[in-house]
Ligand binder design. Structure first.
Ligand code: GLY
Ligand code: MN
Ligand code: MN
Length: 467
């Protein structure tokens, strides 16, 4: 079908059956995404289908919405056959009935029928389960269709539907895991290419251009905007205009999506020179040891909150060994002092979205009823805290950063002076940051790092830099 990639039709029929079983009655509305204008109507952002729509219907094109009528036990796909003008400009598309077949069987109706279908359901007092919209064009449509004002849409989203979808999508099937391995493998090629190509004097954007082309050549697109910088301490840096200078570190956090939109999310950090300096090695080894130990501890039943806190203690211990922190590491982590260097969470679920299902609400995905989210700086940014289950795929991504503005602020406010050696930090203001990130599947026995190994020991990275 026009290059669109789907799993077999039964996959989608089966997923919808399980969703129907979880929702006792009413109507489930799944909205597809539309083309979205960039700088004028006909010049659009790269098209990205909604991930829930992809999961339950697989169809990767705009102009569609679906209803799962739980009471009638059927799916209705709303959309229109392409007209001749569409075919002239954009090429032929599958018919609605072909799409419905590929999606595992559905009735079809013209898109314009959605409004009356929903108003009929409303007049009969049936519940309409919808998901929180995150795109303006879908919010407007949803508001028109349901009669709910725009500012009431988020509150009206169906919690049972959100919870049912999280329960399904959190467990990756064999065919999904194969996609995710492929995503990591392409992501690995991107990182290896960057580590081989980087030279002092280059601009960051030269490396960005290189790695983006490899994602494309892998048959997919980017799951998120490339992060690549000599300012690794800027966690989600999207500015690429700096020149690589000797003595600097380069932090690259990027990956590829497969053609079916499964994401890879990998981070590596390497020296602009062929070798790390001693100071860089010391910090790098702490981050690497922390990442490896965290991965090693992963198994069903362990709470990711506890893995995150153990990583924090290991980072605090490492910083203590360098004289940058002091005092009791358990107490330092309980107080949140280590978050000066490690201000983000250890990781998140990954799948069709790089932060999987975040449109449904981070707490439903990562916390549920099991763990209450902390408000402490650092810990509050942890996206995944609950106990792990077989089939979960998540990222492990500890980091150590020297953020001069944050250090200055804490120092001025005399924060955590019993745990932090502020004078010693002065030598690290130009250090940047180090993060190392891999994607890991939870298995019944323990865990498996997805994809081919991507060089990450000091010796492996230096060998690539020299080669
Ligand atoms: N790539 C963003 C993250 O690691 O969460
Ligand atoms: Mn990342
Ligand atoms: Mn990540």
């Amino acid at each position: 079908m026009s290059g669109m990639q789907l799993f077999g039709a039964t996959t989608y029929a089966e997923r919808r059956k399980r969703l129907q079983q979880a929702i006792p009655s009413g109507i489930i509305l799944l909205m597809g995404n539309e083309e979205s204008p960039c700088n004028y109507t006909d010049n659009v952002y790269p098209y990205r289908q909604d991930s829930n729509f992809l999961y339950f219907l697989g169809i990767d094109q705009p102009g569609l919405a679906a209803i799962i009528d739980v009471d009638a036990g059927k799916t209705i796909l709303f959309g229109d056959d392409p007209d001749i003008m569409h075919i002239v400009w954009m090429g032929a598309l599958p018919s609605m009935s072909e799409l419905a077949t590929a999606a595992g069987g559905a009735e079809t109706m013209p898109y314009s029928r959605m409004e009356s279908y929903l108003s009929d359901a409303r007049s009969k007092g049936r519940s309409i389960h919808y998901l929180p919209p995150y795109r303006a064009e879908n919010s407007i449509k949803l508001s028109v269709w349901t009669g709910i004002p725009l500012n009431g849409l988020a509150a009206g989203a169906s919690v049972p539907l959100i919870e049912a979808i999280v329960a399904l999508r959190a467990h990756k099937s064999e065919e999904e895991i194969a996609q995710m391995e492929q995503a990591v493998n392409t992501s690995g090629l991107m990182h290896i290419a960057a580590m081989k190509a980087a030279r002092p004097g280059m601009k960051e954007y030269e490396l960005v251009g290189l790695v983006e082309s490899i994602a494309r050549a892998g048959g997919g697109a980017l799951p998120y905007t490339v992060i690549l910088s000599v300012n690794g301490q800027i966690l989600h840096n999207h500015y690429y205009g700096n020149t690589l200078h000797p003595g600097q570190l380069v932090l690259g956090d990027f990956g590829a999506e497969t053609g079916m939109h499964y994401a890879g999310d990998i981070t590596r950090t390497f020296p602009a020179d062929q070798q790390f300096t001693t100071r860089q090695k010391e910090i790098y080894q702490i981050v690497l040891d922390t990442e490896v130990a965290a991965i090693q501890s992963l198994k069903p039943g362990i709470r990711y909150l506890d893995v995150h806190l153990a990583a924090g203690r290991q980072i605090a211990e490492g910083m203590k060994s360098l004289g940058l922190m002091k005092g009791d590491s358990d107490a330092a982590v309980a107080a949140g002092a280590h978050a000066l260097f490690f201000p983000h969470g250890l990781g998140h679920m990954i799948g069709l979205d790089v932060h999987d299902m975040e449109d449904l609400g981070e707490n439903y995905v990562g916390y549920g009823s099991e763990v209450t989210r902390s408000t402490q700086f650092g810990l509050r940014s942890l996206r995944l805290a609950r106990a792990l289950q077989p089939g979960f795929v998540l990222t492990v991504e500890p980091g150590i950063y020297f953020i001069p503005e944050l250090i200055n602020l804490w120092r001025k406010e005399k924060l955590h002076t019993e745990f932090i050696n502020y004078e010693k930090l002065e030598a690290y203001y130009d250090f940047g940051g180090i993060r190392i990130e891999d994607n890991v599947l939870i298995t019944t026995e323990g865990h498996r790092v997805l994809g081919n190994p991507i060089p990450k020991t000091i010796a492996e990275v230096e060998a690539l830099r020299a080669g």
